[in-house]
Design a binder for this molecule. Structure first.
Ligand code: ZN
Length: 259
């Protein structure tokens, strides 16, 4: 099932061959450590990502901010988003319980919230503003830029993850699941924007001179003009899944005495 899903992703051209290996690794870790219910959660996140990436893809492509290669994600992107979830799954083998499950849900909800917020936010009619300086308007696709539509997207994606986790019974108490996923996902996505607005690397391509956040462009290393040179998008994703997982755990700790 894991391989079939990863293969479907390749056929849908959403990942390349190394992305296939990375996805299969994350898929096996989650399936083995968390079982089929955890795997379904990852599959739902993945499907949300595909649907919202391909939604109005032509328009986003013209905007110049769509994911490259028809929306294909490469392997560092997959490991950055699936890494903490896989660690939680492996942790669940040694000490199964609600804490690894909460870390897992917080991390996956963050990735889902961030992906949907980014893709929906690109379609916003109002220009994105910088989360740290709301008076500063930025180009769509700039890290740290936020829109109301993006926030709605983050909340929606976290809610979908929460409802799925509820239906699958991933945490023993249903009253815990929705708040854990909602707080984890939204906090994680907001952290992503905060890091994106402050310390994330921004620069330009030395060949075509276009502004870019990537490490490489036109086959050459880009020059950083802003932020820390080593904090690129995938590092930001790792940090935000950690922040989302931490927020989910705090929510769990706050709610457990009440139940
Ligand atoms: Zn270039």
């Amino acid at each position: 099932m894991v391989l079939a899903f990863a293969l479907a992703a390749v056929l849908l051209k959403t990942i390349d061959s190394r992305g296939f290996l990375a996805s299969a690794t994350v898929g096996f870790a989650v399936m083995y450590g968390g079982g089929p219910t955890w795997f379904v959660i990852v599959a739902v996140f993945f499907s949300l990502g595909v649907v919202f990436t391909l939604y109005k893809y032509g328009y986003k492509h013209r905007l110049g901010s769509a994911q490259g290669k028809g929306g294909a994600r490469n392997w560092p992107h997959i490991l950055a988003n699936g890494g903490l979830a896989s660690i939680a799954a492996v942790w669940n083998i040694t000490t199964p319980g609600i804490v690894p499950a909460t870390v897992f849900l917080g991390a996956v909800s963050t990735s889902a919230a961030d992906t949907v917020a980014t893709e929906l936010g690109l379609l916003s009619r109002s220009k994105p503003m910088l989360i740290t300086h709301p008076s500063r308007v930025v180009t769509p696709g700039t890290s740290g830029g936020v829109t109301a539509l993006g926030f709605v997207g983050a909340s929606f994606a976290s809610l979908v993850m929460g409802v799925m986790a509820l239906l699958l019974g991933i945490l023993p108490d249903p009253y815990l699941i929705l708040p854990v996923c909602m707080v984890g996902g939204v906090f994680g996505a907001v952290s992503d924007s905060l890091v994106g607005a402050s310390v994330q690397r921004k620069g330009y391509c030395v060949v075509c001179l276009k502004p870019t956040e990537a490490l490489k462009h036109c086959g050459e290393r880009t020059r950083a003009t802003q932020g820390k040179w080593y904090i690129e998008n995938n590092i930001v994703n790792v940090l935000s899944t950690m922040a989302g997982a931490a927020a989910a755990c705090v929510t769990l700790l706050a709610l457990v005495p009440l139940i």
